[in-house]
Ligand binder design. Structure first.
Ligand code: ADP
Ligand code: MG
Length: 272
């Protein structure tokens, strides 16, 4: 893990020495008169409680100093995904507790503050779903019927504000690998994408080196963000994870979570 942090530190210094230009601002597309506002408005609205969010390290609901790292991540991700025409982003890591769910939720809320964008966050860590818990939405139903095509998205999903939908998973699924590889899941996601036309679909996945679930699903996304935890992830694990992910999809970038700056402050550092 020291190696990973040292590599990031060198890259950081090199960038500083080169005086790297800031990331280009995201172009705001015109609001789309596509008749989907009614579909989005029909999703059940939920209110989030500030204290619950803060306890779970969810800091992106409003623009603030604390939300800045996630706003920067949002801008970088959007820029790259738009350049490539990509809509589906997986978030994964080598091992658990790297910060996948924390980052996915913060990113989704940061995207939700862009009124011209529509975002859907899916909790696809089907063995151990935690998105609902982090958002204080404890009694979410199982996502399994949605992915089997037995429940409509309009009945399952909830909405934060006008343009962020959450497909929560409140009950662990007994056989996630099978469900994630199933044609019914592929078809359900295609239908949701066609009906709701989100600009970005974020999938909070399990870890790559634990089980087969994330690997089974990566073929259905356009790109993946890999989370590494500066104080925990071992370089060998990170390397194996990155190679595996790259076999199935495009590696959009790496977030080094819990990165300790030389001044002692902690942060999340994105490496595109
Ligand atoms: N940068 C960080 N510093 C301290 N704790 C963190 C940080 N990022 C995440 N955590 C905490 O670590 C735990 C695991 O994070 P989580 O996002 O649930 O990981 P994952 O989804 O990868 O298993 C949570 O308790 C979360 O609040
Ligand atoms: Mg998680």
């Amino acid at each position: 893990m020291e190696k990973l942090q040292a590599a990031l530190e060198i890259a950081r210094r090199q960038r500083a020495a080169q005086g790297q230009a800031p990331v280009a601002p995201v172009e705001k597309p015109a609001p789309r008169p596509d008749g989907r506002d009614g579909l989005w408005a029909a999703l059940g609205p939920v209110d989030l409680t500030r204290n619950t969010l803060i306890q779970a390290r969810i800091l992106s609901q409003d623009a603030s100093m604390e939300s800045t790292p996630f706003d920067v991540l949002r801008t970088k991700i959007l820029y790259q995904m738009r350049q490539n025409g990509w809509r589906r982003l997986a978030v994964t890591s080598p091992m658990p507790r790297a910060g996948k769910t924390t980052t996915s939720v913060n990113l989704a809320l940061a995207l939700g503050r862009q009124p011209e964008l529509r975002t859907i966050l899916f909790d696809f860590d089907l063995r151990a779903p935690t998105v609902a818990q982090k958002l204080g939405l404890g009694d979410a139903p199982s996502i399994t019927p949605l992915l089997r095509g037995e429940t409509d998205f309009s009945d399952h999903a909830v909405r934060v504000g006008p343009n962020l939908a959450l497909a929560l998973s409140g009950v662990p699924d007994p056989d996630p690998t099978r469900l994630l590889m199933a044609d019914s899941t592929r078809d359900a996601l295609s239908r949701i994408q066609a009906d709701y036309d989100p600009d970005i679909m974020i999938f909070d996945l399990p870890s790559i080196l634990i089980g087969d679930d994330a690997r089974a699903f990566l073929q259905h996304v356009d790109c993946a963000l890999i989370l590494a935890r500066a104080d925990q992830t071992r370089y060998g694990d990170f390397d194996s994870c990155e190679r595996e992910v790259a076999e199935y999809t495009n590696v959009l970038g790496v977030v080094l979570n819990g990165y300790r700056h030389s001044d002692g402050k902690f942060d999340a550092e994105g490496a595109g």
